[in-house]
Each structure stands twice: as C-alpha cells, then as structure tokens.
Write a protein that binds this ligand. Sequence first.
Ligand SMILES: [Mg+2]
Length: 255
Amino acid sequence: MKPDLVVFDLDGTLTETKTPLAPDMSDALADLLKEKKVAIIGGGSWKQFKKQFVSRLRCSRKLLPNLFLFPTTATSFYRYRGGWKKVYAKELPKKERRKIEKAFEEVLKEIHYVPPEKVYGKVIEDRKSQVTFSALGQDIVARLGEKGVRLKEAWTKKNGPLKLTITKLMQKRLPNLEVHAAGFTSIDVTEKGIDKAYGIRQIERHLHIPVKKMIFIGDAIFPGGNDYAVTKTGVKTVKVSGPKETKRIIKKIPS
Ligand SMILES: [Mg+2]
C-alpha cells in the first residue's frame, strides 16, 4: 500500500520519551517529507513538541508545509505557513481542570500514595486541553536526559499496577471525562472520546485525506497501549519497538 500520509506517534516512536529528536531521525524524516505528507500525534503539549521536535528538525523550509503537528492527542493542531501556526486548540473549561487536579489529590490521598523521594517539575500539570499526572515530574528527562528515561522505565516496571489503580479510581470520580494511562509514568485526563482514534479522525477531517490512504506508526499498538485506539479507525498500522525500528520502517515506505 502506498500511503499519502504517514502518521507517527512521537514518544517512543520518533524519539525516546521526552527526548530531543536525534539528527539521524531528522534526516530520515526530511527524506520522507520529500515524498509524503507526515503527521505527528503525541500526548505532550505544543511547548513540549517545540522543544523536543520542531527545534531539532533540520529540513528545508520548503518541505515543512508537508508536516502537520497534533500535540495533546490532537486536541490542538499546528501547521507551517511561513512559520508554525495554530489551526485550533481546544481547552477544557478552567473549572473542569481544577476539578481534575482536586480528584488527583484526593485519589492519591485515598490510596496513601507515597511520592518518589525526588520529583522533577510538576507532578500534576494543566495542559489546558488535558491535565496530566506524571509520577516523577514533567521535567525529569529534560533535567536528567538518558538517566531520566531509565528512571521512568524503572518506575513503570515497579508501579504498573499502582498506575492502573489510580487510573481506575480517577475514572470513577470523573465519569464525564476520560482517564487514560499514557506513556511510562503518566495519566492523562481529557474530555470524553479523546484518544488517538480521535486524533486520526481529526487528521482525516483537517487534511482531507481518507483513513485508508494513511499509515500509522507507533510503539504502543497493543491492548492497554496508548496507540491502540487507532485500530478502531481501521487505519493500517505498523508497530515498532522504538526509534531504531521506526527509522528502518521509514526507509521501506513505498513512495
Ligand atoms: Mg509512544
């Protein structure tokens, strides 16, 4: 199948989690952009996308109109028109966001949550369209680099069931919102129906490319993984183990 559009997950697929785009991946994407349209859906904020991806991408400006960025699980959309421009950004009402923060605090208290000895940056972050809990803090990878990634992996291995418990209790408290475990150490709370399937639909709607002309590449296309929702749309998927494999797959995409 020759796709018109290649959709990527960001963390764990194009980059290590919250880690800057590597030069060789940047080169692979620049080559791909000569042939294809490319969209990226990630849970991170636009600010995070800029830091982690946009500022590291080395490619001719002429190719950038082929690149479409969908931060915070496609509740926002940015495209290049002589500069990166916001097309839309949906926000949860402030009152809802406060309610979510309070629910996190209450749930953590209820389960007698013992926070890690050291956290880096905010543990509960208001990203406007979602509120995100990150057990080790938002900035751990920005501050510790590779070591931060390893700490996150270790936390997940040890605390997988705990994360699930928090997710379940949050969902019980917030029946009108959607709570999902994301990434290694995070739990996202969004409006109902915001997942990567929603992301695919937003892309279809805004880029006018049918799902059957897309291919989705992600590291968590398995039950419980945060890319799994895309399978609801029938999009063709390729599951990768990480950026290394993604790079190999990019080279094999028929032009
Ligand atoms: Mg991922």
